[in-house]
Design a protein around this ligand. Structure first.
Ligand code: MN
Length: 226
């Protein structure tokens, strides 16, 4: 799919001049390995945006409960519009009134590899893959649910059994590692609850337009709800 076509829905939903999010105009860099990112996004509801680099864009799903390392716990993942590769670095606040208004942090990132051809697997509704992230590692799967949804495809995201799997009781990765892998920040919504050990409660999350975060913050916010 041509880039302009792939990102047309992304652009249509947003006022990129005011939201500060990436336009996606820049040509995506081509590194050897494809990138993945999970952005924790507190829009009208808290969710995790799971994005895989495929063919020069970030194919994206919104996962309301976030991932689980437990293979028996399958999480709903709503397929949403492709995002530009440059979106992967975005942390910040999407201003009120913009699409997806709210705070975003990079909850995990790294590289990924599809089992087989990624595009073919996505078209078939079953993508097996390996993540090399800071929080998520090993074998995972995305499986499209059969029921047709009028607007959005519903998929399931789940861990496959391997050495990186943990039971949910043993380790709830979403609860126990709530912060950004880029800046260490928490979302404001998380600051009432205990943070990760390495994060200072005294210096919580400033997910904003400030300068708190080096490069991540410089990527400008744009609106995303997904
Ligand atoms: Mn979102």
């Amino acid at each position: 799919m041509a880039r302009s076509t792939a990102l047309s829905e992304y652009r249509h939903k947003r006022d990129l001049a005011s939201s500060g999010e990436p336009s996606g105009d820049a040509i995506g860099r081509h590194r050897g390995a494809a990138a993945f990112v999970i952005q924790k996004h507190h829009a009208s509801h808290l969710h995790y945006d799971f994005r895989l680099e495929v063919g020069g864009v970030l194919v994206s799903w919104a996962v309301p409960k976030g991932p689980s390392l437990d293979p028996s716990v399958k999480r709903m993942a709503v397929h949403v519009e492709d995002h530009p590769l440059s979106y992967a670095a975005f942390e910040g606040s999407i201003p009120a009134g913009s699409y997806g208004a709210g705070d975003v942090i990079v909850w995990d990132r790294g590289t990924w590899q599809a089992e087989g051809n990624a595009r073919d697997a996505l078209a078939a509704g079953k993508l097996a893959f390996v993540l090399h992230g800071q929080k998520l590692k090993g074998a995972w799967e995305l499986l499209r649910m059969r029921a047709a949804h009028p607007r959005r495809e519903h998929w399931l995201l789940f861990k496959k059994r391997d050495a990186h799997a943990r039971t949910q009781e043993e380790f709830d990765v979403v609860a126990q590692q709530p912060g950004s892998v880029v800046s260490g920040r928490l979302l404001p919504v998380d600051t009432h609850t205990a943070g990760e050990a390495q994060e200072s409660p005294a210096n919580p999350v400033r997910t904003s337009r400030g300068k708190a975060t080096g490069k991540a913050t410089r990527a400008k916010p744009r609106a995303t709800s997904n």
